[in-house]
Design a protein around this ligand. Structure first.
Ligand code: ADP
Ligand code: ASP
Ligand code: MG
Length: 405
C-alpha cells in the first residue's frame, strides 16, 4: 500500500461544491489502496481577505498576530474537507501545522521548516483516517504559529511527503500542469510533460507561481518526484523530477514573469570597500531579499548602485536604506515601483551562446525597453516596465517557438 501526499490550492477549494470534489478525489485515492495525506490551502482568496481585514486597523500590523490570523484560513479548509469526507462515509481527521509536526524557525511571514515530526500523522493513518493537514504554517520552539510565505502550502506538502517517505507528492491546482508560460497570459502556452528540478526552481523563483520555490528546493534536495496536476480532471500533469529531460529539442523550456518588482537606486555612492555590506546587511536582517544588483563603474570615486526588491517590500526597504544613504555620504536614494521581470529558462542554454541576443532582439522588436539584465547559468532575466510584461512574455514565447513541441 502506497502513501501519497496530495495538496489542493485555494481555487480548488473555493466553495462547498469544490470541497466536495476534493473529498471525492481523496476518497477515490484511498479506495485504490493508498494511505492519503491531504494538504490544503485557504479557500479562494481568504488569505488576501484576512490581510486586508488586519490592514483596516493599521498599515503595519504586528507580525506575530498577522501570522496567527493568516494561519486560520488553512485551518478552516482543513476542517471543512475533513467534514466533507466524513459526510461521504469515510474516516478523516484535520490537523493544523503544529499538530502535524511542522516545526519551523521563528521568523514571521516567511518561516522555513526546521523539521517535520509526523508522529500524530502516522497514528491517524494507522487508525485508517484520511489525514487533512492545514498548509502554509508551522510552530516554533516557543509554540508560536508562523507562516511559510505566500504560496507556502506547496512547501508543507513536499516537506511532509519527504518526511513520510511518500511515493509521490501531487500538487493539485487550477491548471493542468506546468506550462511553457503562464497559460492565463499566453493562450498558446504548451503543457510540459516533465521538467527538471533546476529549471522548475528558476521558473518558480522568477514568478511561475504554480509552484512555491522552496517546495521545489526540498523536492530536489530529497529527490521527491512532484506531480503538478489539475484538481478538476484526470489529465496526466507535469512531473518535476531530477532526471534529464527528454524534451531537449528546444533549449528554452519556459518563460516566467513577475509583476511584484521595484527598484532602489542609491545615487553618488563613494566607491570604497564595505559600502555594499553596510547597505545590504540590514536589509538581509530585516528578511528583505534583494534580487538583481547593478553597480556602475565609478567616475571620480563615485558610483550609482541599483537593486531590486519585491514591490511588497519596497516601503520597508526604503525605510531601512534612507538613513544609511546619509550615513555613507551618498546623494540619497530614489525608488521606482511598477516594474516587472521576464525570464527565459532552460538547462540547454548552458554554455550555448546566442540566447541573450535573441531575447534582446525579440524585446526590442516588441518596442520594450530593458532596464536591468541578470543571468544565471540557465536563465536570462530582463527587468522592464510592469505594463509591458504581458507583451514581453508573448513576444519571447513566440520568438523561441515554445508553442511547438
Ligand atoms: P493554487 O491556488 O492551486 O496554489 P496558484 O494560483 O498558486 O494555485 O498557481 C496556479 C497558477 O499559476 C495558475 O492559475 C497560473 O495562472 C499560474 N502560472 C504561472 N506560471 C505558470 C506556468 N508556467 N504554468 C502553469 N501555471 C502557471
Ligand atoms: N493561503 C496561502 C496564500 O494564499 C498559502 C497557499 O495558498 O499556499 O498564499
Ligand atoms: Mg499556490
Amino acid at each position: 500500500m502506497g502513501l501519497i501526499v496530495q495538496k489542493y490550492g485555494g481555487s480548488s477549494l473555493a466553495d462547498v461544491e469544490k470541497i466536495r470534489n476534493v473529498a471525492r478525489r481523496v476518497i477515490a485515492l484511498k479506495e485504490k489502496g493508498n494511505q492519503v495525506v491531504v494538504v490544503v490551502s485557504a479557500m479562494g482568496s481568504t488569505t488576501d481577505e484576512l490581510l486586508s481585514l488586519a490592514r483596516q486597523f493599521t498599515s503595519d500590523p504586528d507580525e506575530r498576530e498577522l501570522d496567527v490570523l493568516l494561519s486560520t484560513g488553512e485551518v478552516v479548509s482543513s476542517a471543512l474537507l475533513a467534514i466533507a469526507v466524513q459526510s461521504m462515509g469515510h474516516k478523516a481527521v484535520s490537523l493544523n501545522g503544529g499538530q502535524a509536526g511542522i516545526q519551523a524557525e521563528a521568523s514571521y511571514s516567511r518561516a522555513r521548516i526546521r523539521a517535520v515530526v509526523p508522529r500524530r500523522i502516522w497514528s491517524e493513518l494507522g487508525e485508517g483516517n484520511i489525514v487533512v493537514v492545514a498548509g502554509f504554517q508551522g510552530i516554533t520552539e516557543e509554540m508560536d504559529i508562523v507562516t511559510l510565505g505566500r504560496g507556502g502550502s506547496d512547501t508543507t506538502a513536499v516537506a511532509l511527503a519527504v518526511s513520510l517517505g511518500a511515493e509521490a507528492c501531487h500538487i493539485c491546482t487550477d491548471v493542468e500542469g506546468v506550462y511553457t508560460a503562464d497559460p492565463r497570459l499566453v493562450p498558446e502556452a504548451r503543457k510540459l510533460g516533465e521538467i527538471d528540478y533546476d529549471e522548475m526552481l528558476e521558473m518558480a523563483t522568477y514568478g511561475a507561481k504554480v509552484m512555491h520555490p522552496r517546495a521545489v528546493e526540498i523536492g530536489k534536495l530529497y529527490n521527491m518526484p512532484i506531480l503538478v496536476a489539475c484538481s478538476f480532471n484526470d489529465s496526466p500533469g507535469t512531473l518535476i523530477h531530477g532526471g534529464t529531460t527528454v524534451e531537449l529539442g528546444n533549449k528554452v523550456r519556459g518563460v516566467a514573469h513577475d509583476l511584484n518588482v521595484a527598484k532602489v537606486t542609491v545615487l553618488g555612492v563613494p566607491d570604497r570597500p564595505g559600502i555594499a555590506a553596510t547597505l545590504f546587511e540590514p536589509l538581509a536582517q530585516a528578511g528583505i531579499s534583494v534580487d538583481t544588483i547593478v553597480q556602475n563603474t565609478s567616475v571620480d570615486g563615485i558610483t550609482d548602485l541599483t537593486f531590486t526588491v519585491a514591490q511588497s517590500d519596497l516601503e520597508k526597504a526604503s525605510r531601512i536604506v534612507e538613513p544609511i544613504t546619509r550615513s555613507i555620504g551618498s546623494r540619497g536614494c530614489v525608488t521606482a515601483a511598477g516594474l516587472g521581470k521576464v525570464s527565459i529558462i532552460g538547462s540547454g542554454m548552458q554554455n550555448t551562446p546566442g540566447y541573450a541576443a535573441r531575447m534582446f532582439k525579440a524585446l526590442s522588436e516588441a518596442g520594450i525597453n530593458i532596464e536591468i539584465i541578470s543571468t544565471s547559468e540557465i536563465r536570462i532575466t530582463c527587468i522592464v516596465d510592469g505594463g509591458k510584461v504581458p507583451d514581453a512574455v508573448r513576444a519571447l514565447h513566440s520568438a523561441f517557438q515554445l508553442e511547438e513541441e
